[in-house]
Design a protein around this ligand. Structure first.
Ligand SMILES: O=c1ccn([C@@H]2O[C@H](COP(=O)(O)OP(=O)(O)O[C@H]3O[C@H](CO)[C@@H](O)[C@H](O)[C@H]3O)[C@@H](O)[C@H]2O)c(=O)[nH]1
Length: 432
């Protein structure tokens, strides 16, 4: 006889990007671990379903696809604005059709990525509560939410003419957020990504029409801002903790992939893991300096790079290995890894903190600069490599920073694991 279908049905609608889909999957997994009476429908494009084929879904979880109505994930960084616009304008109709076709109980809630504004209207029209899922830090949310304060204090320049000197001015009035320079705010406010700023502000403002706001944030790391927002915003707010699949790490069997075997053979804490995230990259000239700097440091490395393996390993740079993709969290938690070079995507930031690794920060855009600021100055678990003015960081500077980070006696190397002390707000599960 078929199992009865649980009557609590959660629809998960993620923004189509690795940094968004991963935490949404993790949230679903955590939810299903605690609530066997829930069934989850996770909506993705057909292309994304292919990327997720290696992931073993928990029971009561199913993927549902819409056609590839948006540009391909491969090469999406080339036209970030076009991709973002397509996600905001092309996905709604096929998702509506899919919901009409689903032979499951009416959803109890739709968890949607905050940036997919159209889901709010869809939920409200269908009389389904919506939970806005913010995959960046609560700090960054608060900065966008208080954009009017930036205007009031003349810290927003619509012509993007702020000089490097002006960008050093302190913004010390965003509730719950530590004082930051303009240069530490998310880049759409003063530079890269400006074309999507109106959309980002609209997404944050639409929270007013959602019933719940879920942060993928570690409460202890952002307590002030989370507490402030909870007090001020007229909806239920939860911070989920790491929203990374850490139980899987602890239970997993080591050493199946070649790179894991390579790691197994390296001395304790000797390897620098280098990743610039899932879709962004640095300029060619900067990459040359990074390659030369890492080589000059003589530090062992595991480097995630698509298409640049030969360039990294030429000239006898044999101190490490290059892979097109890896199971990042497993790598970060491996005993041989002693440091993390990161672009500071919020997931990587949390994963690095969980693994207890000191970090070298090389933010590229959006929230990554604010995350770098938290890592380096607030949590004091890293060194910043990237320069504010985007000028080239030389191989010599990079070699010096890599050596300092990987020196087991340096302050940065004495990082505590945050992960174990992180709590998840149990009451969250009562909304489903
Ligand atoms: O070889 C790799 C490389 C990455 N990852 C995973 O992919 C995710 C990447 O997420 P993140 O570190 O947040 O980087 P992006 O994919 O660049 O994230 C986008 O989404 C994030 C959350 O909204 C934002 O903070 C970033 O600025 C934005 O670029 C992480 O879970 C990594 O563990 C792997 O598993 N293997």
């Amino acid at each position: 006889m078929d199992e009865p279908i649980p009557n609590c049905h959660v629809v998960a609608m993620s923004y189509p990007g690795r940094g968004h889909i991963n935490p949404m999957l993790n949230l679903c997994q955590l939810l299903l671990n605690c609530r066997p009476d829930v069934v989850v429908s996770f909506i993705v494009t057909q292309e994304w379903l292919g990327f997720l084929s290696g992931w073993t879904p928990p029971s009561n979880f199913s993927f549902h696809t819409i056609p590839n109505v948006i540009p391909s994930e491969i090469g999406r960084a080339k036209d970030f604005h076009g991709f973002y616009e397509a996600a905001l304008t092309k996905m709604e109709a096929p998702v509506e059709e899919l919901l009409d076709r689903l032979e499951l109980p009416k959803p109890s809630v739709i968890i949607y990525d905050t940036y997919l504004c159209w889901v709010v209207g869809m939920g409200n029209r269908r009389n389904i509560p919506v939970a806005s899922f913010y995959t960046m830090s609560a700090t960054v949310f608060s900065i966008f939410h208080h954009f009017d304060l930036l205007l009031l204090n003349h810290h927003f320049d619509s012509h993007m003419n702020f000089s490097e000197e002006e960008k050093k001015q302190l913004v010390s009035y965003i509730p719950g957020v530590p004082p930051m320079r303009i240069a530490d705010l998310p880049t759409p406010i003063y530079g890269k990504g400006r074309e999507v700023l109106p959309r980002a502000l609209e997404a944050v403002a639409l929270i007013a029409k959602a019933q719940y706001l879920l942060f993928t944030s570690v409460y202890e790391l952002e307590a002030q801002v989370v507490d402030y927002l909870k007090q001020k915003l007229p909806l239920k707010i939860y911070s989920l903790g790491l929203a990374i699949p850490h139980p899987n790490i602890e239970n997993s069997s080591p050493g199946k992939m070649e790179y894991m075997k390579w790691l197994d053979a390296q001395p304790l804490g000797s390897v620098l893991y280098i990743s610039q995230g899932s879709f962004l990259s640095v300029s060619d000239a900067q990459l040359d300096e990074i390659i030369a700097g890492v080589r000059a440091s003589c530090v062992r490395f595991l480097w995630v790079s698509r298409g640049e393996a030969d360039r990294i390993q030429e000239n006898g740079n044999n101190n490490g290995i290059v892979v097109p993709w890896c199971d990042q969290l497993k790598v970060l938690c491996h005993r041989s890894v002693g440091g993390f070079w990161s672009h500071c995507g919020w997931n990587s930031t949390k994963e690095g903190a969980y693994a207890g690794l000191p970090m070298l920060t090389f933010p590229i855009f959006w929230d990554q600069v604010s995350n770098s600021r938290l890592i380096v100055d607030e949590w004091k678990i890293g060194l910043r490599v990237k320069k504010d003015d985007e000028s080239l960081v030389t191989a010599e500077e990079i070699a010096r920073l890599v050596t300092r980070l990987m020196d087991a006696e340096s302050d940065e190397a004495k990082v505590k694991k945050f992960g174990k002390s992180v709590r998840m707000e149990g009451r969250l599960w009562s909304i489903f």
